[in-house]
Ligand binder design. Structure first.
Ligand code: SF4
Ligand code: SF4
Length: 246
């Protein structure tokens, strides 16, 4: 039955990926957990990593996850995070017959950026956010979780950096605050102070991000855009709202 079990496991894994895709998860990368020891080892000292041979990073692009979440009736505080965790848990339980140990979203101090860079999905942009060769900037890491099942490690995506062939670089020219600069310099504080102004055109959107020619068909719908930008703006108001510019 070894052969039969192997085939069953493979079948479940591919059905699991289909399940995630149908709910708006567009990107899936399985790591051998030891390959991430540097990134997660000290961040999760109470978890025995040897029990979890595989760590999975999932991300969404565009609007499917948003609509799926609404259809599922998910609302209240942090619905995107809670829905993403729900999908990760469902995937592990239904298709791997195990539990998902959620590392993100959580309070663990894990650098998703460092881990995401290993997937080949992410390239730096002048806007301080990353860009995917197909989805543009309209994607986001949604969950990082470990499972007790050994899955085949994914290969990194190999692609050209989208910004290298973008000669006009509209993200730099349209930014009304001048926060988006060449040479990888992004003025986070300049952007934040502009965004928290009354009636700022960037309160609930980023004009630079919208101007980017990559992945335009994956733009968020207005309600989704407002949700994400309202969250970041609230954090900016908390941090910069009472401080004068230095
Ligand atoms: S507008 Fe061009 S330079 Fe700016 S993020 Fe998009 S591809 Fe990169
Ligand atoms: S949100 Fe506005 S100010 Fe900030 S980078 Fe985007 S366009 Fe510039």
């Amino acid at each position: 039955m070894t052969y039969g079990n192997y085939r069953l496991h493979e079948m479940n894994q591919s059905q699991g990926i289909e399940y995630l895709e149908s709910h708006g998860i567009d990107l899936f990368h399985a790591f051998d957990t030891p390959a991430l020891a540097e990134q997660i080892g000290s961040a999760v000292p109470t978890i025995d990593l040897d029990e979890y041979p595989t760590t999975v990073l999932i991300a969404n692009a565009g609007t499917t996850l948003w609509h799926s979440m609404k259809q599922a009736g998910m609302s209240g505080a942090d619905p995107v995070d809670r829905y993403s965790v729900y999908l990760a848990e469902q995937y592990a339980q239904r298709f791997l017959n195990t539990e998902a140990e959620i590392l993100y979203p959580s309070d663990y101090p894990i650098s998703l950026r460092e881990i995401g860079a290993k997937t080949g999905w992410s390239y730096t942009t002048p806007m301080g956010i990353t860009i995917h060769p197909k989805f543009g900037t309209w994607y986001a890491y949604r969950a990082l979780f470990m499972v007790k099942t050994q899955l085949p490690a994914s290969s990194p995506l190999l692609a050209d950096h989208p910004c290298e062939s973008c000669t006009d670089k509209p993200c730099i020219t349209v930014c009304p605050s001048g926060a988006v600069g060449e040479n990888g310099s992004f003025g986070l504080e300049t952007c934040a102070r502009y965004r928290i102004e009354d009636h700022s055109p960037c309160a609930y959107q980023c004009l630079s991000r919208i101007s980017c020619p990559v992945g335009t068909e994956y733009h968020y719908v207005p309600e989704q855009m407002k949700y994400h930008y309202n969250r970041s703006r609230t954090t900016m108001i908390r941090y910069f709202g009472g401080q004068s510019a230095s």
